[in-house]
Design a protein around this ligand. Structure first.
Ligand SMILES: Cc1ncc(COP(=O)(O)O)c(C=O)c1O
Length: 376
């Protein structure tokens, strides 16, 4: 029995409709959008337009042209951070960030941007009051993950955004662990820049991501080049989304992502959340009964289906190896690209074992995992 419990890295498997959409995009359309006026190119452009509109509607982005396709949440975060910040600007972030946001912020710091990291509590929750206390007149951006990829802890984003707005700062949210799992409406939550992967909770393939950019926010592009139009000009276009989508875009990936978000819409976030809550509940209950097993961040008021734990006297890397080799179970071990999170929860440098069920896991999968843990 093969069990995939690393959905926080990427969701697997994908809904059938995603495989079908990618296959037909490759076979029946198979060309770049916006690069010709022949009917095949128009069909490709239509498909990308439909996927963009579906994703914009899903996140409450009123103008779909302001939803940009990228290759990953990492690229989206790089575009937001390096496109917005100038030397002398100040950013507030947190101790709960993945390297996808942390490293762009540290790079910005090396180029003259000031960065403050607000420490989360031991349970992984960041307080809005602590963020408010770190704000300055020069704060241009508050940037944070919606939920931790280590503990699953959900941050009070709406409250933090209200504080940021009070001092005129923009809000960048890394929704890598929440897009497709929790309802996200950019206007309701006060998000100016929403970065998300396409390949986790939205069920698109690896190599897909999005960045939603609020009206009035202009970013320097990360990549410039051919956009299919206005070819006579040496200037990068100012029009959205072309400004940020140079080069031939990942049309098979976007076709898959469009089908993925449609699957989420049809299934319903509430049903997805309920399933995730049941599997996570089964995991937590089973794990609490295992002597010597320590769980992290479980007293946070809100969480997604990502659980980190350690086993007394055992190296997480060895447990991960044994789960794979002896039980055919895939989990992620170590620092999960988030060293500061482990410093916050007290598991640096060995890290934890992270288990993250997905929509297609069953209670039998979870039981297989719990049985393996008991044996180990
Ligand atoms: C919180 C968080 N941010 C960003 C990322 C990066 O996502 P991507 O692989 O799409 O670049 C991840 C992926 O693991 C993540 O968990």
């Amino acid at each position: 029995m093969s069990v995939f419990l690393d959905n926080a890295a990427t969701s697997f498997p994908k809904p059938e409709a995603v495989y079908r959409a990618m296959d037909s995009m490759m076979r029946e359309v198979g060309v770049a959008p916006g690069r010709g006026s022949y009917s095949q190119a128009i069909a490709a452009a239509r498909l990308v337009f439909d996927a963009r509109r579906a994703l914009a509607a899903f996140f409450g982005v009123a103008d779909s042209s302001r939803l940009v396709f990228t290759h990953s949440a990492t690229e989206s975060l790089n575009l937001a951070v390096s496109g917005l910040l100038k030397p002398g600007d100040h950013v507030v972030s947190t101790s709960m960030e993945h390297n996808a946001l942390l490293r762009p912020l540290l790079l910005a710091r090396s180029r003259g941007v000031e960065v403050s990291f607000v420490a989360a509590g031991r349970n992984g929750v960041v307080s809005a009051a602590d963020v408010a206390a770190a704000l300055r007149p020069t704060t241009r951006l508050v940037a944070l993950a919606h939920a931790s990829n280590v503990t699953g802890t959900v941050q009070p984003v709406a409250e933090i955004a209200r504080e940021a707005k009070r001092c005129g700062a923009l809000v960048l949210v890394d929704a890598a662990q929440t897009a497709g799992y929790l309802p996200i409406d950019v206007a309701e939550l006060g998000i100016d820049l929403l970065a998300a992967p396409g390949h986790k909770g939205l069920f698109g393939p690896p190599g897909t991501g999005i960045l939603a950019v609020a009206p009035g926010v202009d970013l320097d592009p990360l990549v410039v080049g051919g956009t299919g139009g206005n070819s006579g000009s040496g200037e990068q276009p100012t029009e959205m989304p072309e400004r940020y989508e140079s080069g031939t875009i990942n049309t098979p990936g976007i076709a898959g992502l469009g089908a993925g978000v449609e699957f989420v819409r049809q299934t319903g976030i509430e049903a997805i959340r309920k399933k995730s809550g049941e599997l996570t509940g089964q995991l937590l209950e089973g794990m609490r009964g295992i002597a010597g097993l320590q769980l992290y961040g479980t007293d946070a008021p809100e969480r997604v289906g990502v659980i980190s734990f350690t086993m007394e006297g055992k190296d997480p890397a060895i447990i991960g190896f044994q789960l794979d080799r002896s039980y055919d179970i895939a989990v992620r071990v170590g620092l999960q690209c988030a060293p500061d999170v482990h410093k916050t929860i007290g598991t640096y440098p060995a890290g934890t074992i992270r288990v993250s069920p997905g929509f297609f896991n069953t209670p039998e999968d979870i039981e297989h995992f719990l049985k393996a843990l008991r044996e180990l």
